[in-house]
Design a binder for this molecule. Structure first.
Ligand SMILES: Cc1cc2nc3c(=O)[nH]c(=O)nc-3n(C[C@H](O)[C@H](O)[C@H](O)COP(=O)(O)OP(=O)(O)OC[C@H]3O[C@@H](n4cnc5c(N)ncnc54)[C@H](O)[C@@H]3O)c2cc1C
Length: 440
């Protein structure tokens, strides 16, 4: 018998128990819109809000429901920076382009904070900072280099925490030091995506749930025919905001994105003293491995603990197995939780580009934004708006200066074209990353 059955763990997203996700307001299916958006997560809804606010007619379609994808399933860590270290980015893109992308990553958090304030979204947004913990002494040396580079090239401060000071940040003895960035924040993602849906609808966008987009076809020189499970319409522009759930409907994009599973467990509510011992400063925490763990306290004082317990996207089997794997992982970090009950387990799909960078621009005439690689809460909300601004710019409705550094970098396909959208290599990639974690 599996742990989930034995321990009566609910196989569902904890965040969804903190809010009733709104059902889209019923609207007549339109014949024609300015912009059709595929995907009702942070990316699609943020774009819909920005477009509708200046009077564009917008329809958002989701195969499932509002926020059904990664947007309601994530860890709620609103993180600074990009997934790759500064040195890698600079050697790949040069100092100037990297500085623009890094600045955008900081701006994305300000963007979410402003949006939450403007739209009055009760989503527990709090700038408590993040802590990265070093699994090996060498990783702490890497932190030192990375903090120095981030300060020198991007003028952004990060603080090193020596091993003997680490107990002020985390109630775990297994790490070799830490790196703190005070600009990161925490949020309840389901409340954020629900608030964003309300805001987009209030601005005039129409959201259609259970409306899988089956086909997108060019029609004439400047328009598209979009066939959905709820009807067919014409759109001047189409924005693909499908992240890790990108499918054959947009084959060129599908071949550029690897869908990777990520899994989370959440404990019962912890006594206040224990919660403070585990995370004295209530930071968003993640470790320095490739096959990493990420964890935080929830606003109601549970431990949320996530990781890549299986590489494949979520199925009921991978979710059930993950509960056991993640509980074991959590106890290596926090043996104090050995008697604590796990109450929730779930999984979701991340979207990795082959260069582990976000990409947002236009391909084959379609607008898109994806490739967030687990750093998408702030970036997706921000880039949704950026794509909206570029659509408006083309339609001369935009008075805002719109810079999107992620539209200017190359968006690579699989080496040697060895990928048709089915990630056959995931078991090998998983084994490779485990080996790297052991060796480096
Ligand atoms: C378990 C997990 C933990 C994470 N933790 C963090 C974190 O702590 N911090 C962080 O910054 N990021 C994190 N992320 C990443 C972050 O959640 C995502 O980057 C972000 O939510 C992407 O938002 P999105 O709107 O682009 O995509 P999604 O929210 O995934 O939405 C895509 C939507 O597209 C719809 N769709 C797909 N195809 C079609 C179609 N043909 N027709 C209609 N609809 C379609 C899907 O139904 C889906 O609802 C995590 C992700 C996961 C899975």
């Amino acid at each position: 018998m599996t742990l989930t059955k034995l321990m009566n763990i609910q196989e569902k997203t904890f965040w969804l128990d903190t809010i009733t996700i709104p059902v889209a307001t019923a609207r007549e299916f339109p014949q024609r819109v300015d912009v059709a958006i595929i995907g009702a997560g942070f990316t699609g809804l943020s774009a819909a809000r920005s477009l509708a606010r200046v009077g564009a007619s917008v329809a958002v379609f989701d195969s499932q429901t509002i926020g059904w994808g990664a947007s309601s399933r994530n860890g709620g860590m609103v993180l600074t920076g990009l997934k790759l270290p500064a040195a890698t980015l600079i050697s790949r893109y040069g100092k100037e382009a990297t500085a623009r992308m890094y600045a955008a990553s900081l701006e994305s958090i300000d963007f979410v904070e402003k949006l939450v304030r403007e739209e009055n979204i009760a989503c527990d947004f709090a700038r408590g900072g993040h802590l990265e913990v070093a699994c090996k002494p060498k990783h702490f040396d890497d932190f030192r280099r990375s903090a120095e580079e981030t300060s020198r090239h991007f003028n952004h401060p990060q603080r090193l925490i020596q091993k003997d000071q680490l107990q002020t940040e985390i109630g775990s003895a297994i790490y070799h030091g830490g790196l703190v960035d005070d600009s990161s924040a925490g949020v309840n993602p389901a409340r954020l995506v629900a608030g964003l849906a309300h805001a987009a609808e209030r601005a005039g966008a129409a959201v259609f749930e259970h409306a899988h987009v089956d086909q997108i076809q060019r029609e004439g020189a400047s328009g598209w025919k979009v066939a959905t499970a709820r009807g067919t319409l014409r759109a001047e522009r189409v924005f693909v905001a499908t992240s890790g759930y990108t499918s054959q409907v947009t084959p060129t994009l599908q071949k550029k994105i690897i869908p990777i599973g990520s899994y989370i467990i959440v404990t019962e509510v912890l006594p206040e003293k224990l919660a403070t011992e585990l995370s004295p400063r209530n930071r968003m925490i993640y470790d320095s491995k490739n096959y990493l763990y990420y964890y935080r306290l929830t606003p109601d004082r549970r431990m949320l603990f996530g990781g890549r317990a299986a590489f494949f996207p979520e199925t009921s089997t991978t979710i059930r197995r993950s509960a056991e794997i993640l509980r074991r992982g959590m106890l290596t970090v926090y043996p104090q939780l050995s008697a604590t009950k796990i109450e929730y387990v779930w999984g979701g799909t991340l979207d990795f580009a082959f260069d582990i960078m976000p990409h947002a621009g236009q391909l084959d005439g379609l607008h898109f934004s994806l490739g967030y690689a687990g750093h998408g809460v702030a970036m997706s909300t921000y880039l949704g708006d950026k794509i909206a601004q570029s659509i408006l710019e083309n339609r001369e409705q935009n008075s805002r200066r719109n810079e999107n550094p992620f539209a200017q970098i190359p968006f690579p396909s699989a080496p040697l074209g060895l990928y048709n959208g089915r990630p056959w290599f995931l078991p090998f990639a998983g084994a490779w990353y485990k080996l790297l974690d052991w060796l480096t």
